[in-house]
Design a protein around this ligand. Structure first.
Ligand SMILES: NC(=O)C1=CN([C@@H]2O[C@H](COP(=O)(O)OP(=O)(O)OC[C@H]3O[C@@H](n4cnc5c(N)ncnc54)[C@H](O)[C@@H]3O)[C@@H](O)[C@H]2O)[C@@H](O)CC1
Ligand SMILES: [K+]
Length: 501
């Protein structure tokens, strides 16, 4: 799904009105009705809605929603920030609401003292939407700060008030803290950064029928990585294929006490469908590897840590899980980087070794390679930033500069491509923040590359499947009980979920 900027969202709105021969009032009514339908499915007639409305069109949505709720027998009251400087459609909705019920609309400016929100009321935020152009102050700020302290259930229309679609709020800005956000048509970019995401609650994207032509023909560099994307990337296996068809993955890593990491990667590569898998690890891992994965072959390199990395033809490599940073392993990786020109996957200690000598080693990463840092590893490689949006922008710039794929791991893993695109992954859960989860991701991506998926396809499909498998695991068990091996075990279920029936 494409993610558009606030300017593009405004253009989308105007384009839809022209294309569909609607008035802006009719589009507002459609948006409000979509929210209303969402609420009707979840709440009871005895529930009470307190709807806070601003002067812009977000406020208009809130007023129309109040009218629709009242018309279907729900209890609802609208609180409008002020009566002056309303947009035309918001003004119209004031008139329409007053026609339906003269006692359901209050003007906050005049009557703030009477707002006493009952404990069981559902509070709806329609104060500010995508038109916010500066931090909140005055009355709006005061109301939001007061509401945020209440235990009530809270829903934001389109975007929580105080958040901007394309930038982060400052730490001391007031933002509505919602349990749900009903975002129109698509996600807003800011929803993917923790500093803003802490205000959104669960995000539901509601289809309000904005023009498909517009979204198809307008360019953006930001996308969600969702089930639709994953389905489009998945390639069913050729019935005439043999194990050679599906390639050879070589997982390089492991050291004394960290053999498990490379075992997890190798298992994941096999489960992801690689035809053959080699583990290249120090000799101390030989018995462990051969016993725990009889399907994989073993190449010994060093006694307790890796001291050489073989250059083999026609294989795909994933290097780094459990590798350690012993001087001999550092020298081995450096020498491999000098002699190898094939793209590969680099993770964990592979990245830490590069970070220690980044000026020399970063330029040696072949174009089209995939690196999978978590935020700390990213910082070691490319430096610190002030916030997660700046980190995302740095990752995009570095992907372009080095012509590599950067998978920045986190709650909403970001995939940055050499062309300058960024995908935010929608699968996955907090249970996956567990030891070995990253090693599994390296294995899945290496396994997909071995089968002939391009670097972009393997990166996107691998990240999505990894998260989806984690989601299936978390449903079977609690997130707390999720361990990395569960992600491998349920990878097959994830494949079934995205493959054609
Ligand atoms: N994009 C779409 O396709 C649709 C958008 N609609 C709604 O329209 C909203 C956008 O409407 P608007 O552009 O009118 O914007 P808002 O409703 O966000 O209101 C912004 C208004 O408040 C003022 N303002 C901005 N920042 C302020 C601040 N910090 N303190 C005080 N005043 C401030 C602005 O000058 C503007 O008048 C969307 O979020 C959505 O809810 C829907 O009605 C219909 C479809
Ligand atoms: K809002």
């Amino acid at each position: 799904m494409k993610i558009f900027s606030s300017t593009q969202i405004r253009e989308w709105d105007v384009f839809t009105i022209q294309e569909q021969g609607l008035s802006s009032h009719e589009l507002m009514e459609r948006a409000a009705r979509t929210c209303f339908e969402w609420m009707k499915k979840r709440f009871l007639r005895e529930d009470y809605f307190y709807i806070f409305c601003g002067t812009g069109n977000n406020g208009g949505d809130g007023l129309a929603l109040t009218r629709l709720l009242l018309a279907e027998g729900f209890c609802a009251k609208a609180f409008l920030l002020q009566e002056k400087e309303l947009t035309i459609d918001t003004q119209k909705n004031v008139v329409l609401l007053r026609k339906v019920s003269s006692e359901s609309l209050f003007i906050i400016e005049k009557e703030i003292s009477i707002i006493d929100i009952p404990k069981n009321a559902i509070v709806i935020d329609a104060l500010f939407g995508t038109g916010l152009n500066r931090a909140l102050n005055g009355l709006a700020k005061e109301i939001i700060e007061k509401i945020n302290l209440l235990p009530n259930k809270k829903i934001a229309i389109d975007i929580p008030s105080g958040l901007f679609p394309d930038k982060l709020p400052n730490a001391d800005d007031a933002c509505f803290s919602s349990d749900w956000t009903l975002s129109f048509q698509t996600y807003k970019r800011s929803f993917f950064y923790p500093e803003a995401a802490k205000y959104t609650g669960v995000i539901n994207v509601l289809d309000i029928g904005l023009s498909k032509d517009f979204s198809e023909s307008n360019e953006t560099t930001f996308f969600t990585l969702d089930e639709v994307t994953a389905r489009s990337l998945y390639k069913p296996r050729n019935p005439f294929g043999h194990k050679g068809t599906y390639g050879t993955a070589v997982l390089v890593g492991g050291s004394y006490g960290k053999i498990g990491a490379i075992i997890l990667s190798a298992k994941a590569a096999l489960r992801a469908g690689a035809g053959k898998v080699f583990i290249q690890a120090p000799h101390c891992g030989y018995t462990i590897a051969q016993t725990s994965i009889p399907e994989a072959m073993f190449i010994a390199a060093g006694e307790n840590f890796i001291d050489s990395i073989d250059i083999m033809e026609d294989v795909v490599r994933g290097i780094g899980p459990g590798l350690g940073t012993e001087p001999a392993s550092r020298i081995a990786l450096e020498s491999f980087l000098r002699n190898n020109h094939e793209p590969f996957v680099i993770d964990a200690d592979g990245l830490n070794i590069i970070a220690k000598n980044k000026e020399k080693l970063l330029p040696l990463i072949p174009e089209g390679s995939i690196i999978t840092p978590h935020p700390k590893e990213f910082e070691r490689l490319f430096g610190r930033t002030n916030n997660s949006l700046e980190r995302n922008e740095l990752a995009i710039a570095k992907s372009k500069e080095h012509k590599i794929y950067i998978i920045l791991k986190g709650h909403r893993t970001q995939i940055c491509t050499p062309e300058g695109a960024c995908y935010f992954n929608l699968s996955g859960n907090a249970g996956m923040a567990t030891a070995g989860s990253g090693d599994v991701l390296t294995g899945i991506i290496t396994g997909l590359l071995a089968q002939g998926y391009s670097a972009k396809e393997a990166t996107l499909l691998g990240v999505y499947l990894h998260g989806l498998s984690g989601d299936i695991a978390a449903k079977k068990n609690a997130q707390e009980a999720l361990i990395a091996s569960d992600i491998i075990d349920l990878l097959g279920q994830a494949f079934l979920r995205i493959s054609p029936e």
